[in-house]
Design a protein around this ligand. Structure first.
Ligand SMILES: *[C@@H]1O[C@H](CO)[C@@H](O)[C@H](O)[C@H]1NC(C)=O
Length: 175
């Protein structure tokens, strides 16, 4: 019985770790994963199910000179046109840090790569709840991890919380 309780305690602790640890790390995404930034790849399918947060980064990988990355607004995204003043990245190893929440649009403005090759990515960047920006005076090491963690982990957190509660309930002998 004592052994069983010890196991329950370990499960509870592990579940808490699962909730809190991922929130402290910004994620680095390689756009398109191994495919990189290329034509005839479905970047919306790639983005689906991913949750992008302020502080995360996108890496656009492609042979230099073949493509580019232009940050545009929603209209330009629809029309596949990059205005002259749009942010332009051309290195082939372009890192974009997601600095602000909201929708972001990226296209390749070379040739018909966007209109025909479907080289465009739209994502929604979510704010880190309790970030320094929304809670003045609070450093990243104080308020951020817990609240952001709960938000970020989403439904996984719900499951994890149930495990935490069950684990500790068993550990203290309620069951
Ligand atoms: C989108 O960008 C174009 C070009 O910079 C600009 O003319 C247009 O007003 C912008 N649209 C919106 C909705 O901001």
């Amino acid at each position: 019985m004592a052994c069983f309780r010890a196991v329950a305690l370990v499960i509870g602790v592990a579940a808490m770790v699962a909730i809190f640890v991922p929130s402290t790390m910004a994620k680095d995404y390689v756009v398109g994963d191994d495919n990189g930034w290329m034509q005839n790849f479905d970047y919306q399918a790639w983005a689906q199910g991913k949750q992008f947060y302020v502080g995360d980064t996108l890496l656009f990988k492609y042979p230099e000179g073949v493509h580019n990355v232009r940050k545009v607004n929603g209209t330009a995204f629809q029309q596949c046109v990059a205005p002259a003043d749009a942010d332009s990245l051309t290195s082939g190893n372009d890192i974009v840090t997601l600095a602000k929440p909201g929708p972001k649009w990226y296209i390749c403005s070379k040739g018909n790569h966007c209109a025909v090759g479907n080289m465009r990515l739209r994502i929604d960047v979510l704010a880190q709840v309790g970030s320094p920006g929304s809670a003045p005076g609070m450093g990243p090491s104080s308020a951020v991890p817990i609240s952001a963690g709960i938000t970020r982990a989403g439904s996984a957190a719900t499951t994890a919380w149930i495990m935490v509660i069950l684990g500790f309930a068993i550990a203290v002998g309620l069951y």
